[in-house]
Design a protein around this ligand. Structure first.
Ligand code: ADP
Length: 191
């Protein structure tokens, strides 16, 4: 198994790069944001519970998020590995993921942080807002999401740094150039 965490602020390009990586490495992509949006669209109980939170840009509780993630991992018994995108977003989530994987005789291989500065993030999400129908892409909601990132999520980095698993890739530039840098980091780990 090879499990990768693609880490980065909202708008860093995690979704775009994940789509390319799952193709090349035959991994299963798990985006907690996408999972929540699917629940909202299908109007499940969970979807009803988290709809307002997502629209506001606030994080969903750890308990709900972890339970959903563990269920999704369980839905892919034949997976060769996973790319986690948008998870973990808190240290408690990171600890829960380690514990869950350990229980399956598995672990996180590498964590790659896609580095993008705040100005660039704002520009990208403003562009995306023109074409996406994500209510949380609106400028006033973005403030909350960036706050959540710098307030809670950024603390996940020292957690993995301490485990010696953290690598950085510059998230600004051509999509294909960033992709090939990601592949280099992964191939280095896999060899
Ligand atoms: P982004 O563009 O910010 O990376 P995502 O699609 O990953 O957006 O997430 C959208 C929203 O879903 C978040 O603002 C949050 O409300 C919720 N969410 C997604 N993943 C998590 C998580 N791991 N923990 C808590 N909330 C989450």
């Amino acid at each position: 198994m090879f499990n990768l965490i693609l880490f980065g602020p909202p708008g860093a390009g995690k979704g775009t790069q994940s789509a390319k990586l799952i193709d090349k490495y035959q991994l299963v992509h798990i985006s907690t944001g996408d999972l929540f949006r699917a629940h909202i669209q299908q109007e499940t109980e969970l979807g009803k519970k988290v709809k307002a939170l997502l629209a506001s840009g606030e994080l969903v509780s750890d308990a709900i998020t972890i339970a959903m993630l563990e269920e999704e991992i369980g839905n892919h018994p034949a997976a060769r590995g996973f790319i986690f995108d948008g998870f973990p977003r808190t240290v408690a989530q990171a600890e829960a993921l380690d514990k869950f994987l350990e229980g399956r005789g598995d672990k996180i291989g590498t964590v790659i942080a896609l580095d993008v500065d705040e100005d660039e993030l704002r520009k990208r999400i403003a562009e995306r807002h023109k074409v996406s129908n994500r209510p949380d892409d609106a400028a006033e909601k973005l403030v909350k999401r960036i706050d959540e990132y710098f307030g809670k999520t950024i603390h996940v980095l020292p957690f993995y740094e301490g485990q010696g698993k953290l690598r950085h890739v510059n998230g600004i530039g051509e999509i294909d150039a960033i992709f090939s840098e990601l592949c280099q980091v992964i191939d280095e780990h896999l060899k």
